[in-house]
Design a binder for this molecule. Structure first.
Ligand code: C2E
Ligand code: CA
Ligand code: CA
Length: 402
């Protein structure tokens, strides 16, 4: 009924010689003849948007269906297929820039779509050929001044473009579903590496944090996968921390919750990444099966300049402490930031001040040069907020509330 009503409205703004067709799903194609300028075509698009703006009444319900329109002008030598494909590209652009709007096809847009398709094909190839590497960034026990764990951060060793950072491909991997196999590879690689470091004496008690994307958490066999990796690599579950972003946690579906609980039941720990940037309520956080909060680096970096940021850091630390969670401050770059965090009793920290993420061999070197564990003199008198809760071996962590 909705499609029929929409088609009627579309017909209503067209002229006799124009043509409208439904090309599939909720997509319509409109062929407007005798239009020579883009300006005239845009006028038609605006009339169409206006016509589709008012709610539709389907049965006893009012339905709003804002439209996105892509415009393409036929040029010399342009085939029907080209024209439709160009309009499609412009429509996707319109859609991604918001609802109820139009966009006009430009050849450069075509290039952007082709680039994306190429990157996707390359990403597939890269997975098959194992062009990815994992770098490890130390997570430092601020009281002892020693490395307690590492965060695994993936990079793409691209054959022509060099080492690409995750910002350049994780988004696409998520959109295309390739994050599934990529994430599994990272998990296996990182757990295997850290288990090896534990066994060969490089770092006996080292823990490893691995990032999980929301897409991965939607996979039905996530727990099975993680259990399999732990078994295959012989890593103690208590030494694995899975980092999940706050936005995902806010998606309070039973399915996600039961999956998080399932992961906890394996004995692995969960951390909320980039904490403070999302919108989760404090009450909500206390109900999550989570053991660690990672304070987003934006707060750490603004701490010295803004009393508000410093207050947020203090509040997160006290929240973590009273819930029995561990806390890791991210993005520590300056000694002053470290000193202030230590003063506030932050148990763990991570950032360029200690080390950038390093390839495995360089991380081994970093660990080898590390001084013997000893309380940092400057921090000797500090109140320490449950530094054991990043995951002391054998301790089951705080009981799951709720
Ligand atoms: P993240 O999980 O918040 O990781 C921390 C990022 O901050 C890393 O960027 C790290 O290099 C950077 N960083 C660490 N210390 C400092 C500092 O002192 N100053 C500054 N300015 N930056 C610092 P990277 O490696 O580029 O990773 C970016 C994001 O990509 C990560 O953010 C994470 O969300 C995602 N990512 C990385 N590896 C994986 C992965 O294997 N799977 C998934 N799903 N996401 C990943
Ligand atoms: Ca992370
Ligand atoms: Ca983070």
């Amino acid at each position: 009924q909705l499609l029929i009503a929409a088609a009627r409205r579309i017909e209503g703004v067209l002229r006799a010689g124009d043509m409208v067709a439904r090309v599939g799903g909720d997509e319509f194609a409109v062929l407007v003849r005798g239009v020579d300028t883009e300006h005239q075509a845009v006028a038609v698009a605006n009339r169409l948007l206006a016509a589709l703006e008012a709610p539709f009444h389907v049965g006893d319900r009012a339905v709003l269906t804002p439209a996105s329109i892509g415009l393409a002008m036929a040029t010399e030598g342009c085939t029907v297929e080209d024209l439709l494909a160009n309009a499609d590209v412009a429509m996707y652009r319109a859609k991604s820039s918001g609802r109820s709007c139009y966009d006009v096809f430009r050849p450069a847009m075509h290039q952007a779509v082709v680039d994306r398709m190429e990157l996707e094909a390359e990403l597939r190839r890269a997975l098959a050929q194992e062009e990815f590497v994992v770098h490890y960034q130390p997570i430092v026990d601020l009281r002892q001044g020693t490395t307690a764990g590492v965060e695994a951060l993936v990079r793409w060793q691209h054959p022509t473009r060099g080492l690409l950072s995750p910002g350049e491909f994780i988004g696409l991997a998520e959109e295309t579903g390739l994050i599934g196999p990529l994430g599994r590879w990272v998990l296996r690689e990182a757990c295997g590496q850290v288990a090896a470091w534990q066994r060969n004496g490089v770092a006996p008690g080292l823990r490893v944090s691995v990032n999980l994307s929301s897409r991965q958490l939607q996979e039905a066999d996530m727990e099975v996968e993680v259990a399999g990796v732990l078994r295959a690599t012989r890593l103690d579950p208590a030494d694995l921390i899975l980092e999940i972003t706050e936005s995902l946690m806010v998606d309070d579906s039973d399915q996600i919750m039961s999956r998080l609980r399932g992961l906890c039941a394996l004995g692995v720990r969960l951390a909320i990444d980039d904490f403070g940037t999302g919108y989760s309520s404090l009450a909500y956080v206390s109900r999550l099966p989570v053991q660690v909060l990672k304070i987003d680096r934006s707060f750490v970096q603004a701490m010295g300049r803004s009393v508000e940021a410093a207050a947020v850091v203090r509040a997160i630390l006290s929240l973590a402490s009273s819930l029995g969670f561990g806390a890791v401050a991210e993005g520590i770059e300056e000694p002053e930031q470290l000193a202030e965090l230590a003063r506030l009793g932050c148990p763990f920290g991570q950032g360029y001040h200690f080390s950038r993420p390093l390839p495995a061999a360089a991380l081994e070197q970093f660990l080898a040069e590390e001084p013997e564990p000893a309380p940092l003199p400057a921090l000797g008198t500090l109140r320490v907020v449950r530094s054991e809760s990043l995951g002391a071996r054998g301790s089951p962590g705080p009981p799951l509330a709720g």
